[in-house]
Design a protein around this ligand. Structure first.
Ligand code: CTP
Ligand code: CA
Length: 227
């Protein structure tokens, strides 16, 4: 299907993608996590790989399989680990896509032994994790393009645009929570893409593979403008 249409339009481009959830250790056998499947980030990696790009996929714990010669997968567990790998690979990439559902907080002092059950109540103190997109945004060179995601339940547009600016992104993809069948765990998604230049692109409910194509096609237009 569509053989040859976008073939090789990303040849020579290096792309870093974060995807999947992160897991933050409470003790050696427990963690704080989230329901991200990693599917959106993987769909983006596969679309770009098919179009000739070389992908470094920094992937949190995910059941989804990735198999393309142009995709190098670096498995990670925690936000801190994802940050370390993202930072060490950042500089050589033309495009960075932050599709991971990074835990905002992690247990301050993970226990080294399994925590025994005791009182009726127990408290785990959390500390804020590093913001990978914002931190790499500060290091972004003029020839690099950064793409982020946002999931909002209120004031969607305002919050998405605030994240675009705060993280120094060129594009932000807002996942609509309003529609059944979009977001976590689903194979379909409905999105709005906000560009730094003020334009926006709105999709209907589509399979994640088609959403990936729409994001990559929009990204391509942005890149052409940059040159
Ligand atoms: N992100 C990141 N590192 C974090 C948190 C988020 O790289 N520690 C990235 C996500 O991959 C996404 C974007 O930032 O591309 C927005 O993530 P989101 O969770 O929507 O925003 P937050 O800044 O964490 O704000 P909040 O959760 O409070 O809405
Ligand atoms: Ca968050």
């Amino acid at each position: 299907k569509h053989f040859g249409t976008n073939q090789n339009d990303f040849t020579g481009k290096k792309v870093l993608i974060t995807a999947g959830p992160t897991q933050e250790a409470i003790d050696p056998v427990r963690f704080i996590g989230n329901h991200s499947s990693g599917k959106m980030g993987i769909a983006l990696a596969e679309n770009l790989a098919k179009r000739g790009a070389s992908i470094t996929l920094i992937l949190g714990p995910s059941q989804s399989k990735v198999n393309h010669p142009n995709i190098r997968t670096i498995p990670v567990t925690s936000a801190q680990e994802m940050f370390g790998e993202s930072l060490s690979h950042h500089e050589v990439n033309d495009i960075c896509i932050f599709a991971a559902a990074v835990a905002d907080y992690a247990p301050m002092e993970p226990a080294s032994e399994k925590i025994k059950k005791s009182d009726e109540r127990m408290t785990i103190t959390l500390k804020k994790n590093v913001d990978i997109a914002a931190s790499l945004g500060e290091r972004k060179a003029s020839n690099q393009t950064h793409v982020g995601f946002a999931l909002e339940t209120q004031q969607e547009e305002e919050n998405a645009l605030a994240k675009l600016r705060k993280k120094n992104l060129d594009m932000i993809v807002l996942n609509s929570m309003r529609d059944r069948g979009s977001g976590f765990k689903h194979d379909t998604n409905k999105i709005t893409i906000y560009l730094r230049t003020g334009e926006k692109v709105v999709s209907v409910l589509l399979p994640k593979t088609d959403i990936a194509k729409l994001i990559v096609d929009t990204l391509k237009k942005q890149l052409l403008k940059k040159i």
